[in-house]
Design a protein around this ligand. Structure first.
Ligand code: HPA
Ligand code: ZN
Length: 347
């Protein structure tokens, strides 16, 4: 029996195989799991119950979100906790058609509370291995440094991670952007590059387009996380296109954190029209109203993209990944098969 897929662009996009390149594992902590872990570990959260926590999700800036995000991360204590968190994410991602995920983690958030780096890493790896077995999702870890902290503290965090270097796929930069330009971390990222790892950085989310330029020139970033303010500077936008720099765009995050007032005002259509290699991602899905397919639904409601645009976005997600050429070719063949079966051969 053959099952026909509706060639409606939204259905194509929801079901298509895709990669997720910008998701913070701590940002996948759902309120239910947060309270379960708080009880299990005897940690008290600064919210009376799940309803009170959800009520705190009325963010007006990146910082207002980060305050809640760091408070909730305190419930993660044991190796099993990190494994459970990873498995919960991978189950939801797989249901949304994600077949490859490059996942951020923030070790400084945990080591500062006395949790050993090895506990964090091993728990996340346990989850990745089990997720690969259960749902066939391939995954790897990108270690993010917290940019609100001094560079010396980040260098110490890197030194703590170096014994595990073969198990870390790349390095990134996150947390409060304003007032913490990429240039603050020139030495740190020189060391990351010397270790032979790909580098990414959050830039041009709340910060100005000049931070995107610094992330490329000073840090050697191969992808820019967010980068949605690039449209404010024609030279920065032209450079992203010319050099084929991928952006990991997170539409629900940007509207929830008031980078754009409404989805209709999001720069995504301008970025695509300019020819930027855009990918779509969920960032902190437990906090921003949903996982990758929720982002796709919100984007489609605002912009009504055609099948060719959805194909391009999924293809970009594989091409911009840090996987091998062979892995990428295999995933793109699956994407092509999905569109061909729907009778919507990509342009
Ligand atoms: N921006 C910066 N830091 C973060 C984010 C983000 O969107 N999510 C988690 N840490
Ligand atoms: Zn992010």
């Amino acid at each position: 029996m053959t099952v026909s897929i509706s060639p409606d662009p939204l259905n194509l996009a929801l079901g298509m195989p895709k990669a997720e390149l910008h998701v913070h594992i701590e940002g996948t902590l759902e309120p239910e799991l947060a309270f379960a872990l708080a009880r299990r570990n005897g940690v008290s959260l600064p919210y009376a119950d799940e309803a009170a926590l959800k009520a705190a999700y009325a963010f007006d800036s990146l910082q207002s979100f980060l305050d809640v995000y760091y408070a909730c991360a305190a419930v993660l204590v044991t190796r099993a906790d990190f494994c459970e968190l990873m498995l919960a994410y991978l189950e939801r991602a797989a249901a949304d058609g994600v077949i490859h995920a490059e996942i951020f983690f923030d070790p400084q958030t945990h080591t500062a509370r006395g949790i050993p780096f090895a506990t964090v890493l091993e728990g996340l790896e346990d989850g990745l291995a089990e997720g690969a077995r259960r749902w066939g999702v391939s995954g790897c870890l990108i270690l993010c440094f917290l940019r609100h902290l001094p560079e010396d503290e980040c260098l110490a965090a890197l030194a703590g991670a170096e014994p595990f270097i073969g198990r870390i796929h790349g390095f990134g930069l996150d947390s409060s952007e304003r007032g913490h330009p990429p240039s603050k971390f020139a030495r740190l990222f020189a060391r990351c590059r010397a270790l032979g790892k790909p580098v990414v950085a959050h830039a041009g989310e709340e910060g100005p387009p000049a931070y995107i330029t610094e992330a490329l020139d000073v840090l050697g970033a191969l992808r820019i996380d967010h980068g949605v303010r690039a449209v404010e500077d024609a030279a920065v936008l032209a450079r992203l296109v010319r050099e084929g720099i991928p952006l990991t765009v997170c539409p629900l995050s940007n509207t929830r954190l008031c980078v754009f007032k409404t989805m209709a005002e999001h720069s995504l259509p301008q970025l695509l029209a300019a020819g930027v290699r855009v990918t779509l991602n969920s960032d902190d899905p437990a906090y921003f109203g949903g996982y990758l397919n929720a982002n796709i639904r919100a984007v489609q409601a605002a912009f009504g993209f055609d099948a060719a645009t959805w194909y391009r976005l999924a293809r970009n997600s594989f091409e911009a990944s840090f996987a091998t050429d062979e892995e990428k070719a295999g995933w793109i063949a699956r994407l092509d098969a999905w569109f061909a079966e729907a009778g919507a051969a990509p342009a």
